[in-house]
Design a protein around this ligand. Structure first.
Ligand code: VTB
Length: 345
């Protein structure tokens, strides 16, 4: 599964990022998202695979493309039997966010990315469109920090695991009213807070890499994005835990269903009987093979954004694989126009 797919999914996120980057700074987040979805789907449908979207743009009725349950890949097309042997092909589950941080892209801010995660069938948690309390931390703190502990306790643990003073730690938190208490507690404990307006996937993954100067992500973001972050952290051995948030009162901003009770019922209907369960990365991305791919749309902590030049574009992507235990940065020049001398700088 991994060898061929690992290369092809780079192109999937690259194409989505290039399409979206054309709408960077135009103030139209729906277009930035729409073109990324289209590009991602088109490229995905050229891959020799039997894929199924488990986390996508929403339910079929609301999302014309990359909806949950949509089948993608050459071997799901009506004429597939002419060139695919269904018995030989592993069925693949895919979680996508073609333009993670649509506001960031629309307003020309850093940190938007095209991202996806892949595993064999059943290998990714099909998270409902709710929120998720998250904690992400570097591999050295894996299994040591705990979402059930206070931020103050976790900062002490991080400080020990990373062998640096609490004052040197940088914790990313999304700037939301629901996080006012958390932000105050982190500052009180002595650590520094990096507030972001959007894009907690990039923040979570940044914790996995030394040198990003990001030591943890804490707080509540979207659940589907949590699964994609978990896939990356599982593949690279970082720490990630998530707990579904189904109470609109806790979220404060953002719409999540009619009421807490209705949401609990919805979770039950999806087979989630313990709504307060804490999931770790290996439960959210439980597959034997887990691959993450991301491509910068605007520049971020880990990747450059898309840069256009006469005759093409240059992208930077990241593919993380649990099987080969690699995090591979891929720098690509796309020669989409007339053949030209490629400018490296
Ligand atoms: C979260 C976060 C995402 O949007 O979903 C956020 O996980 C939305 O949160 O990375 P609110 O509803 O509180 O605004 C992102 O930042 C971007 O998709």
């Amino acid at each position: 599964m991994e060898n061929t797919l690992g290369l092809e999914i780079i192109e999937v996120v690259e194409q989505a990022a290039i399409a979206s980057a054309r709408w960077m700074g135009k103030g139209d987040k729906n277009m930035a998202d729409h073109v990324a979805v289209e590009a991602m789907r088109e490229r995905m449908n050229k891959i020799h695979m039997r894929g199924r979207i488990v986390i996508g743009e929403g339910e079929r009725d609301d999302a014309p493309m990359l909806y949950i349950g949509e089948e993608v890949g050459v071997c799901t097309q009506p004429d597939a039997k002419n060139f695919c042997n269904p018995d030989e092909l592993v069925e693949i589950d895919i979680a996508v966010d073609p333009c993670e941080g649509t506001n960031l892209c629309a307003y020309g801010q850093p940190g938007s990315m095209a991202v996806l995660a892949i595993s064999e069938k059943g290998g990714l948690f099909a998270a409902p469109d709710f929120y998720m309390k998250k904690i992400a931390a570097p591999p050295a703190a894996k299994g040591k920090v705990d979402i059930n502990k206070s931020a103050t306790e976790n900062l002490k643990i991080l400080s020990e695991c990373l062998d640096r003073a609490i004052e040197e730690l940088v914790i990313v938190v999304m700037k939301r009213e629901r996080h006012n208490g958390l932000i105050a507690e982190i500052r009180e404990a002595g650590a520094r807070v990096q507030l972001i307006s959007d894009g907690d996937v990039g923040a979570a993954i940044s914790c996995g890499f030394a040198g990003t100067n990001i030591h943890a992500l804490m707080g509540i973001g979207a659940a589907p994005e949590g699964v994609i972050s978990a896939a990356a952290m599982r593949a690279m051995g970082g720490h990630f835990q998530g707990q579904l948030i189904y109470d609109p009162e806790v979220v404060k901003t953002g719409l999540i269903g009619e009421s807490k009770e209705a949401n609990i019922d919805r979770l039950k209907s999806m087979g989630i009987t313990d709504p307060d369960k804490v999931y770790d990365a290996s439960e959210l991305a439980s597959g034997d093979t887990v691959l993450f791919a991301g491509c910068g749309i605007t520049p971020g902590n880990l990747m450059e954004g898309v840069r256009f030049f006469k005759g093409g574009a240059r992208t930077q992507s990241l593919v993380i694989s649990n099987k080969s235990q690699t995090a591979r940065f891929v720098d690509t020049i796309h020669m989409t126009g007339q053949p030209k001398l490629v400018q490296l700088h």
